[in-house]
Structures are given as structure tokens and as C-alpha cells.
Design a protein around this ligand. Structure first.
Ligand SMILES: NC(=O)c1ccc[n+]([C@@H]2O[C@H](COP(=O)([O-])OP(=O)(O)OC[C@H]3O[C@@H](n4cnc5c(N)ncnc54)[C@H](O)[C@@H]3O)[C@@H](O)[C@H]2O)c1
Ligand SMILES: CC(C)[C@H](C(=O)O)[C@@H](O)C(=O)O
Ligand SMILES: [Mg+2]
Length: 348
């Protein structure tokens, strides 16, 4: 059976990492005899340039008909002054909403060969293995926005059912791991966080009594993630906190260029993308690390397409290339984006 994959390379380094990572997927598909078809779709700033809108209707229908969606990154300074509705980032949010991918899964695991590249002392990162489950289709990103001459508002709204379903994702994930969930909120100030904590406590007690639940305020979490990162297993949190904490968590690994993500709904295709952005400061220079994109492909194979063996082979190839120092400059290596991807492709 042919699996249909929509590729949206996007802007900045997006096309560079998508092309390079594609060669790893080609190598893996050949070795494991996967039958994949690809459709490249316009998305983000490049879609604004060509069609006037960041998430064209054709792209939306292609995504909905696909088995999985691969995304590079969108955005760039040339689009920053566009009206809000036309910004590439608006297209990203519209795409997540249209596909109903409310659970953004962002794994962060210590890679021993990279520990020396981080800002942490020897041994501090031993045992770090975290999965952040970020709520992706609600909260302040999607609330009403308004602007007057000398004021602006962004509404933050969560419903009980939005919180219940993401907490269940965290509970399910913890059961496959060390059985611990840390829920992050700001319930000492925000009404949405009070609801978040109430609902999380109830769902976990009623449905996941075997999983240990802790609550932590987001400011303390920002600190603990650095001071004691090995203490965490599954972290579940709202949209904006999850965005910020995962960029922070990338420093536990060594570069934001290595962290992947999977965005899943209850049905329909998942969206697989690195957590970083379009990196305009290095775009077009062959410097971008392709590992976040390649690891997102591994997540697609495992979580989206049910091919765990192929996913494991790609993950092992990433680890081997890192171990050998066959990496880009952000990880202390000397390879270009293409060469770093090829170093992984030949190890699959
Ligand atoms: N999912 C997405 O498409 C997404 C995510 C984040 C930001 N953005 C957009 O990207 C644009 C740039 O945002 P930003 O600069 O704040 O964040 P960014 O993640 O693009 O870059 C932050 C820093 O990390 C570096 N970096 C990022 N990815 C890298 C990689 N693969 N290899 C090596 N270094 C890498 C960049 O060079 C930069 O110094 C903005 O328009 C933003 O809205 C898009
Ligand atoms: C570009 C932006 C809208 C996006 C987000 O905040 O979700 C990005 O930072 C991410 O992490 O995917
Ligand atoms: Mg982000």
C-alpha cells in the first residue's frame, strides 16, 4: 500500500533541510522496502509570494488527503510587516487547527556525544530523557486579538475538553515510559491555569491512578529544567509555555537544530517538523543542521506510519553520525547540511 506524504518545505532553511533529509528517507525507504509517494505543496512565505496566502486551499486539501505531513519551517523578516492574516506563522496556526493536531510531542533526550558541547558540567545531563506534550490548537495563540491606538489584547481561553484530551495524551505517554507526569501552569495568576490544574488533577486521578502527577508553576519549571533536568519524564503544558520551554530544553541537547516533533490529532495525518524556525540568519549557506528534520522523519515513520523498525534504523544512524563527529557547525563539526544528511543516509 502506497503511503502519501505531503512535503511543505517552507522558507529560510526549510527547503535545505527538507531536501537533505529527503535523501535519508529515500535510503531508509529503499532498505526497508517502503512504498511512499510524495507531493510538494506551497506553504508559508513562499505560498504568500506565489498565491497571496500562507496556507492555500490546495495545500489544505492535499494535507487532509495525506497519510502524513512533513514540514520544514516558515517565516522570515521579509514577511514580518505583512498584515497578521497573511503572515506565514498565521498559516502555520491555521494548518494545525485545520488538521486538528492538538498534541505536539517534543522529545528531548541526552545524547552523550553532545554533552560536552552543552553549557552543563560533566554528568549533569546523565539520564535526561523528557517528552514535552505541548497543547497545540488552543490557548493564547488562538484567542481573540485586538489592537487600538495605545492598547492591544490577546485572549487566552481553554475549555475543559481541550485540557482533558491533552492530559490523556500525557497519561498514555507516561504509561509507556517512567510513569511520571509534570503538569506546568501559572495557576497562581491565570484563570485558564486554574482550570488546567483542576482538570489535570481530576483526569489523572480518575483515569491514570498508576501514573504519578506533579504540578509546577512555569517560572519554576524554567529553572528546574536547567537545575535538575533528569528529574522529569513527561511534561504536559499549554501552547505558549510549551513553545518556550522546548526551545529552552534544546540547550540540554546542544543545539536547537536537533530536536524533532510530532503533532497528532485523534485521527487524520500527523504533522512532523523540527521545533526550530526558518533560521534566516544562516539560510542559503549550507550551515543548517538537518538532524531535527531527519529525526522528525523518524517520528513520522514510528508514530504516523507504523514503521518503528525503519524509524529505529534512522535514529541509530543519527546517533552513529553524531558519535563520529560527522555533523554541522552548531554541533562543532565541519560538514554542510547536505554532507551531514548524507553521513546519516549511508549509515541507515
Ligand atoms: N515551526 C516553524 O515553522 C517555526 C518555528 C519557530 C520560528 N519560526 C519562524 O522562523 C523565523 C526565525 O525565528 P527565530 O530566529 O526566532 O528562530 P529559529 O529557530 O529560526 O532560529 C533561532 C536560532 O537557532 C539557529 N537555528 C535554528 N535552526 C537551526 C538548525 N537547523 N541548524 C543550526 N542552527 C539553527 C538559528 O540560526 C538562530 O540563530 C521567524 O519568522 C519565526 O516566526 C517558525
Ligand atoms: C512560528 C511559531 C508560530 C511556532 C509556534 O510558536 O508554535 C514555532 O515557534 C514553533 O515552535 O513551532
Ligand atoms: Mg517555537
Amino acid at each position: 500500500m502506497t503511503r502519501r506524504i505531503v512535503r511543505m518545505a517552507g522558507d529560510g532553511i526549510g527547503p535545505e533541510i527538507m531536501t537533505a533529509a529527503g535523501r535519508v528517507l529515500d535510503a531508509a525507504a529503499e532498505k526497508f522496502r517502503l512504498d511512499l509517494s510524495f507531493q510538494d505543496c506551497l506553504f508559508g512565505g513562499v505560498a504568500v509570494d506565489e498565491t497571496g496566502t500562507p496556507f492555500p486551499a490546495d495545500t489544505e486539501s492535499a494535507c487532509k488527503a495525506a497519510d502524513a505531513v512533513l514540514l520544514g519551517a516558515v517565516g522570515g523578516p521579509q514577511y514580518d510587516s505583512l498584515p497578521p492574516e497573511q503572515r506565514p506563522e498565521k498559516g502555520l496556526l491555521a494548518m494545525r487547527k485545520a488538521l486538528g493536531v492538538y498534541a505536539n510531542i517534543r522529545p528531548v533526550r541526552n545524547i552523550p556525544a553532545l554533552a560536552g558541547r552543552t553549557a552543563f558540567r560533566d554528568g549533569h545531563l546523565d539520564g535526561v530523557d523528557i517528552v514535552v506534550i505541548r497543547e497545540l490548537t488552543g490557548g493564547i495563540y488562538f484567542g481573540a486579538k485586538d489592537r487600538g491606538d495605545d492598547w492591544a489584547t490577546d485572549e487566552c481561553r481553554y475549555t475543559t475538553s481541550e485540557i482533558e484530551r491533552i492530559v490523556r495524551r500525557a497519561g498514555d505517554m507516561a504509561r509507556q515510559r517512567k510513569g511520571r507526569v509534570t503538569s506546568v501552569d501559572k495557576s497562581n495568576v491565570l484563570m485558564t491555569s486554574k482550570l488546567w490544574r483542576e482538570v489535570t488533577t481530576r483526569v489523572m486521578a480518575e483515569e491514570y491512578p498508576d501514573v504519578t502527577l506533579d504540578h509546577m508553576l512555569v517560572d519554576a519549571m524554567a529553572m528546574k529544567l536547567i537545575s535538575s533536568p533528569a528529574d522529569f519524564d513527561v511534561i504536559v503544558t499549554e501552547n505558549m509555555f510549551g513553545d518556550i520551554l522546548t526551545d529552552e530544553a534544546s540547550m540540554l541537547v546542544g543545539s536547537i537544530g536537533v530536536l524533532p516533533s510530532a503533532s497528532m490529532g485523534d485521527d487524520g495525518p500527523g504533522v512532523f517538523e523540527p521545533i526550530h524556525g526558518s533560521a534566516p540568519d544562516i539560510a542559503g549557506q549550507g550551515k543548517a543542521n538537518p538532524i531535527g528534520m531527519i529525526a522528525s522523519i523518524a517520528m513520522m515513520l514510528e508514530t504516523g506510519l507504523g514503521e518503528p523498525e525503519t524509524a529505529a534504523a534512522i535514529t541509530a544512524a543519527i546517533d552513529a553520525a553524531i558519535e563520529a563527529g560527522d555533523v554541522t557547525g552548531d554541533l562543532g563539526g565541519a560538514l554542510s547540511t547536505d554532507a551531514a544528511a548524507d553521513a546519516i543516509a549511508r549509515r541507515v
